[in-house]
Every structure is written in C-alpha cells, then in structure tokens.
Design a protein around this ligand. Structure first.
Ligand code: F58
Length: 826
C-alpha cells in the first residue's frame, strides 16, 4: 500500500481504532468470515471474529514496516530458532496495539464475555520451555525497540504435547493447535524453497577448469512460508515471524502410480511432509534422531535462501551479505547454517572458499543455553554423510583449516587439538555442533553472568583462550508486557498509577515503588492485589484438580519443565518432612502453605514422570489427612504452558528456583515470579545470582552449595548415603516414603526415585537438603511478619527493571549485532 492510498481513518472498518469501528469490524467479520449471525455464533466464532478484527489492524502496520525497512535497506537481525513458544496472541496484540481498554468497552456494548473469548485461543506450543519462550520474548522486544528483525523457524503441525494427569501420572495427548484454524498466520504459497536431502557428491571441472564438488540430492522437499505479524508495544513497527512448512515437490510419483504402486507413490509425500510434522520434546539422548536433523537443516536452508533472496533484491551480489544480516543461532539447533551458507556461497553463487568463509563467520552469532554435557548436540558423521554429504565435506574442510591454524599456535599439544576439533574422534566419530557454531560465528554468548563465566572456564575454555573477545554475556530477560501488564491486572493498575502508563516500556521506572516500601497504607493495596490474584488461581485450581485451597495460605510455586537438575523432588522431600513433623506434633505452628507444581516431563524420561507421580501421590495423602487441617495443600496443575502460566506468576508468594548450582543456565521463570512480587527461595545458580544482587540479599532466600562447593564435594567423593546416615530428619523422611504410605502400601513404586537419591544422587539433592529445610523455616517465619513480607515483595518488583527482555535486546544490539532502530510510523 503506498502512502496516498493508505487508510488512516479512525472510523474505517478494517483499520480504524474508534470504538464504533472496532464493533463494526467484529460484526462484519462474524458475518463475512465466520458466516454467522450473532444469535447463532459460538464462542469460537466470536474468537475468530475478534482475532481477524485485530489482525486487520496489524496488517497496515506490517506492510508499512516492510516498506520502511526495505527503503532504508536496514540491517536486519535474523533470529534462527527451532522453537518459538509464543503463547496466545489475541490479548497480547490488544495490549501492544494499545486498544485493550477500548475493546473491553466494545465487548460490554456488544454483550460479549471477553474472558470467554480469550479462553478459546489454543496457543501455538511450538517450543519445549525456556529456550523457546525466550525466543518469543525477544521477538516482542525486537519489535518494541523498532529493530528490523525476522524470526525464522518451523511451523510444526503438532507442537509440544498436551499433558493430562491420569491416576497421578502424566499422559501425553497430541497437540492439535491447528484443528480450528489459525487466524494469525498468512500463508505465502509462492514463497517456497527447495531443500535437498541424501544422495551423493561428485567432482567436476568448472569453467575455470577448477575441480569442484557438487551435491546431487536424492530427495527434494519444498519449504513454504507461513508468516505471523509480531507487533511491538505502543509502536507501529510490526516484524515478521516466518515459519516453514514442508511439502512434497510433487504429490505423486507418477511412475510408481502408473505401475499400480499407490502406496509407493505417496511415500515420498509422507516422508517430505513428516519433516515439519512434530516438535521434538527434549528427550534424553540425541543419538539416532534422523528426523530432527532433517528438521534443523530444512528450516535453516529455507531461511538462508530467503535471506539471500531479500539481499539480492537490492544488491548485485552477496559480498556484503554480512552487513545486511546478523543471524543469531538460538543454541546449536540451527548450527548447520554455518555449512549451508558456505555451500550456497561456494556451490551456487561461485564464491571462493576464502570469501565465503569471511562472509559466513561475520554473519552468525551463537547463543549457548546449556552446560549439561548430555545436552550438547552432536551428530554422527555417518548420519551426516547419509543425509547431508556435501555439508559433511564442508565441515571437514572448515575443521581442516581451523586445526591447521591451531597446530601452528599450539604445536604438539595434541590433547588440546582433539578438544578443539569439530569432529569428536572418541568412539563413533561425531560432529560437535557447539564447536562448529563457535568456529563459524563472530560472537558467542551465555545467558546469565554465572553461566557465561562457566562457559569460559569449562566447556568453552579452549575457545575462550583463542578468542577472548568473541565471548559475551547477555543475561536473559522476559517481556513485562505479557508477564505483568497482561497477566497481572492488579499490579498493572498500581504501576500505571505510580509510574505512569508507559511503565512497561521502561522497566527501570519501577524504582518509584521504593518510596512505598514502608508505606503501610500502600501495603494494603499491595496485599489486596496479591490476594485477588491468589483467589483467581484458587478457582483455577479447583476447576482443574478439584482441590480447594485457601487463598490466605502462602502460595509456594514451582512451575517449569520437570527435570532432575531442577530438583522438584527436593521440594517434595521438604513437603514430606513438614508432613512428618506435623504428624508428630499436630500443634506445630507453621504458616499454612499451598504448594503448587506444574510442568511437563519428556515422554521418555522415566524419572521425571515418576517425580510427577510422587508429587501427586503425596498430595493425595496429605490433602486428605484431617489431622493436617489445611495447613498443607499440594497441587499439581496439569498442562503447564504459556496460557496456563499467565495467572500463576501473579499469585505466587514464594518462587522455587532450586536447581543444583551450575546446572540452570539462566532460568526465566525466576524473573517472571519476582516481577510479580514473589520472593525467591533459590540456589546461587543461573540468573538467580543476578536477581539476588538486584533485589537485595535481604530480600531473597538463598540456600545450598555454590558452584565451587559442588565441585569440591564431587572431588572429595560424594556419598549420599552418608548424608542420610547423619541426618535424622532426612532419614525419617525417607523411611516414611519407603513405608508405602504414599503408594497404598506398594513398596516398589517409588523405589527407583529413592534409590537414585540414596545411591547416586547425580544432582546432589540430599547434599542440599538440610540447607533447604532451614531456609524454608526462615521463609515460614518471614511470612508471619506481614509488613516485612510486603516490604520485601514491593522491593522485588521495584528492582527488577534489569530483567526486561528490552534490556537483553539492547545488549545484543549494542554488543553483538551492531544494529540500530528503524522507527516506523503510519
Ligand atoms: C533453557 N534451555 C535453559 N532448552 O535450561 C534455561 O536455563 C534458560 O533460561 C533458557 O534455556 C533460556 O536461555 C532450554 O529450554 C530446551 O528446551 C532444549 C530444546 C531442544 C532439546 C533440548 C532442550
């Protein structure tokens, strides 16, 4: 749309923001898109009509943004991520468009139940957890900060599974998020790229009589673009999330078809379309996941081809590709991009190795999200050779050049060379994707200060010694729009009053709250805001689980993926200890507590699933024990996802961030809780360290071993059995579990869990147990002093400004991407 035809009329049905225009648009869409009269429309029809009404208003901004970026030839950030865990769009877009209040009035006028309409939206669960959600927060901040950016990923037909709890166990159901249509995406049927797989390479002489290699793939698949607009908060910039869906190049292999082999004919179609079928849950080992490697290469290849297309719209060649784009690799999942860009430059666009390498390693930057050795991705040389033979050649050549340089630098240091090598030679030869990403990037970053230090001193030590300036820290952040402004109406009202309506754009202005930390009349506002959020969550708990909880009890919450390193079982052990103490001494004076858990276990992760069963089982006993008199309640909220998370953070008094020090790269749930006024009980791990420094040590409950303590303990030979032997409370707690009281007398059910703790304890749960229990006692007494608690809670919110994802994105722009805002206005 060019400027003279652009409609900028407040009353226009498709673009206007007046109350009347919004109402008219809704009714029009109900009729013309959903084909319904208001009388017979379902709630879902109303949701669709509302979604289209909002989307129309975004389109104008989106098109203007594309035009502005194109004209300015703006440097663009491409965020390459196998996961984007966006959460519901509708309410978020209302907020970013700044029409949430107006839409509330419109809904009243039209007699619509807005909450019920929001409830209809099935979230796109295109991610596992923190890493995918971080990508979504970053998209929100990139648009808000007016940074030209494209998110590139995969349009999985099935996202992360839905979790239901049956007899206390997790059961997985497939996620049918597309079943009722997705009003937020726009398919671009003409925007498709071919992606090859398999086959072989062959040598040939080019026109300069140089010997070159070329790839002859066996299978070619198409990637089709599906675009979703990402609107910034209170700005017109609307960026693009482009997800690729796989399609067969032809729906029939006519040859087979003509021979009567119908199933053979559609086989290729099935193989091709399987590529974007389902998101991998973060199961244990990577080995043998051929389809996952196909997914990674598929989306990376489509994305790079698309970037090249965009670049060549303006430029005659790709010499300055790296000036136009900064491509961020969200973990190693897209790291094959290093080899793919080299292939495209050399094989397709005729660049020399040297020039191609210069462009490539100035294009990519790599973010590491984990130190867990089992999570560092490697692919077997055999599999790569089968699926991507040309890429394997390129990787070998990159490695050859790199190791030659290193041998000159470290002559005879064979051990070091072996560690640096992109190819691991122990056992079956494997490609280390983190090494490939590091060698092929201009920047590498960790996601919290502690994590970055550990990267530099442990897994990436050798690389850090070679390129100290390549390493950066960018502490994660979360978007305050979704996680406070939208999820916590009460707190939003307070903040708008005190800090002005723009607080969510400039989170450091939360500091104004400091002045009210000791103001007791303000405390009562604060407390009633918290109570309202707890009442709301209590209703959800009742509806989802049938359990009645008291909103006046302390809400102690741990929601995140279930993993042994995150130590949900440490939390559960503490609950069993409290139960045991209360049974022995029913008059014990404790602050009544509601323990809330939520999170999915990877379907193949037995111990994580047993932890869920353990939590639900202790809940079933304790919640129904009349002697406990509601002093303890345990709830496991099923199907923790972005949508279900939103009412949880505002309702927490205590946030559990209890991973073993050194294992949680950053954590982002910790930030969401604290921003909503929860106090943290946590270890010195990930971003907890920085949160504690910001909010004040006196406003944070810290416990447990530090990274150094852990190292020492393991060096000294840790024996969990000794801990049990020396700690009567712990030993009684374990005896109680072993008695079968939580398993209807079944002595075998929780054996694997108890045995793993007592005989192995890989995440030092028992070693931190005593410190945790004592810290929980401090929490208990602190909660009794309401005034002091309120003060701590207020100060937590006041001092969380640093953890806005806007700050993280500013750090990336300044230190890594070197990119400036390009404001867009209608
Ligand atoms: C998470 N990683 C980190 N991985 O565990 C967390 O500390 C950090 O805050 C967050 O990234 C953002 O930096 C994470 O969520 C995954 O979900 C992978 C998905 C693909 C399979 C392996 C796990």
């Amino acid at each position: 749309m060019n400027d003279d035809t652009r409609v900028n009329n407040d009353e226009h049905t498709r673009t206007g923001l007046s109350l009347e225009a919004l109402k008219r648009a809704f009714l029009d869409n109900l009729f013309y898109i959903q084909a319904r009269f208001p009388d017979v429309a379902t709630e879902h029809d109303r949701y669709m009509a509302a979604a289209y009404t909002v989307r129309e208003r975004m389109l104008e901004r989106w098109i203007k943004t594309a035009k502005t970026y194109k004209e300015n030839e703006a440097r663009t950030v491409c965020y390459l991520s196998a996961e984007f865990l966006l959460g519901p769009h509708l309410n978020n877009n209302l907020i970013n468009l700044d029409i949430a209040d107006k839409v509330e009035v419109a809904a009243k006028d039209l007699d619509l139940d807005l909450e019920a309409i929001f409830e209809q939206e099935v979230e796109p669960g295109l991610g596992n957890g923190g890493l995918g959600r971080l990508a979504a927060c970053y998209l929100d901040s990139l648009a808000t900060l007016q940074i030209p950016a494209i998110g590139y990923g995969i349009r999985y037909e099935f996202g992360i599974f839905d979790q239901v709890i049956e007899h206390g166990w997790q059961v997985e159901k497939s996620d049918l998020w597309l079943r009722n249509g997705n009003p937020w995406e726009i398919i671009r049927p003409k925007l498709r790229f071919s992606v090859g797989f398999g086959g072989h390479t062959e040598l040939f002489a080019d026109k300069h009589n140089q010997t070159r290699s070329r790839w002859v793939p066996e299978l070619v698949v198409n990637g089709v673009a599906y675009d979703t607009p990402i609107l910034g908060y209170q700005v017109d910039n609307t960026n693009l999330l482009r997800l690729w869906s796989a399609e067969a190049t032809a729906s029939f292999d006519f040859d087979s078809f003509n021979k009567g082999d119908y199933y053979g004919a559609i086989n290729e179609k099935v193989i091709a379309e399987n590529i974007s079928k389902v998101l991998y849950p973060n199961d244990e080992p990577e080995a043998g996941k051929e389809l996952r490697l196909r997914q990674q290469y598929f989306f990376v290849s489509c994305s790079l081809q698309d970037m090249i297309r965009l670049h060549l719209r303006h430029k005659a060649n790709l010499d300055n590709f790296h000036h136009k784009f900064a491509a961020q690799l969200n973990d190693t999942h897209p790291a094959i991009a290093v080899a793919e860009l080299m292939r495209l430059l050399i094989d397709i666009y005729g660049y020399s190795w040297k020039s191609a390498w210069h462009i490539t390693r100035n294009t990519f930057a790599y973010t590491n999200h984990t130190l867990l050795p089992e999570a560092l991705e490697t692919w077997s040389v055999k599999l790569l050779n089968k699926l991507l033979p040309r890429h394997l050649e390129i990787i070998y050549e990159i490695n050859g050049h790199f190791l030659d340089e290193m041998r000159t630098r470290y002559p005879f240091d064979h051990a070091r060379i072996a560690r640096l090598s992109i190819i691991a030679e122990e056992g079956e030869r494997r490609v280390r994707m983190a090494n490939l990403a590091t060698v092929g990037s201009f920047a590498v970053n960790g996601v919290a200060a502690l994590h970055t230090e550990l990267l530099k001193t442990t897994v990436m030590k050798d690389f850090y010694e070679i390129w100290p300036d390549k390493f950066h820290n960018v502490t994660n952040g979360v978007t305050p729009r979704r996680f406070v402004r939208m999820s916590n109406t009460g707190l939003n009202e307070i903040l708008c009053d005190l800090a002005g309506p723009d607080w969510a754009k400039n989170l450091s202005c939360l500091e104004v709250l400091e002045k009210y930390a000791d103001d007791t009349s303000f405390h009562s506002h604060w407390q009633s805001m918290k109570l309202t959020a707890k009442q709301r969550l209590s209703k959800i708990i009742k509806k989802q689980t049938g359990i009645s909880v008291d909103p006046n009890s302390m809400f102690d919450i741990q929601v995140k993926r279930i993993h042994e390193y995150k130590r949900q079982h440490l939390n559960a052990l503490h609950i069993v200890t409290l139960y045991h103490q209360l049974k022995k001494n029913p008059e014990m004076d404790i602050s009544p507590r509601t323990f809330v858990f939520g999170g999915k276990a990877a379907p193949g992760y037995f111990m994580a699933k047993l932890i869920i069963k353990f939590i639900t089982s202790i809940g079933a006993v304790i919640n129904n024990d009349p002697q406990i008199k509601d002093k303890l309640k345990i709830v496991f909220l099923p199907d923790f996802n972005v949508k279900h998370a939103q009412p949880i953070y505002p309702a927490a008094d205590i946030s559990e961030q209890i991973s073993l020090a050194g294992k949680e790269a950053s954590g982002t749930g910790n930030m969401k809780f604290s921003m909503n006024g929860a106090l943290t009980i946590g270890t010195l791990d990930g971003a907890n360290v920085e949160i504690r420094d910001e909010v004040g040590h006196e406003n944070f409950f810290v416990f447990g071993m530090t990274v150094d303590d852990v190292k020492r303990k393991l060096n000294d030979g840790y024996r969990p059995q000794d801990v049990v032997d020396q700690n009567a409370t712990l030993s009684e707690t374990i005896d109680l579990i072993n008695s079968g009281i939580f398993s209807h007398g079944d002595l075998k059910l929780f054996r694997p869990l108890v045995d793993s703790l007592v005989y192995q304890d890989p995440y030092l749960v028992l070693a931190d147990y005593q410190s945790y229990v004592e810290c929980q006692q401090q929490v208990d007494s602190a909660y009794k002093d309401t005034e002091h608690w309120n003060r701590m809670s207020i100060l937590n919110v006041a001092r969380m400004g640093k953890f806005s994802s806007d700050r993280s994105i500013r750090d990336y722009c300044k230190n890594i991407w070197k990119v400036e805002p390009t404001p867009v206005s209608l």
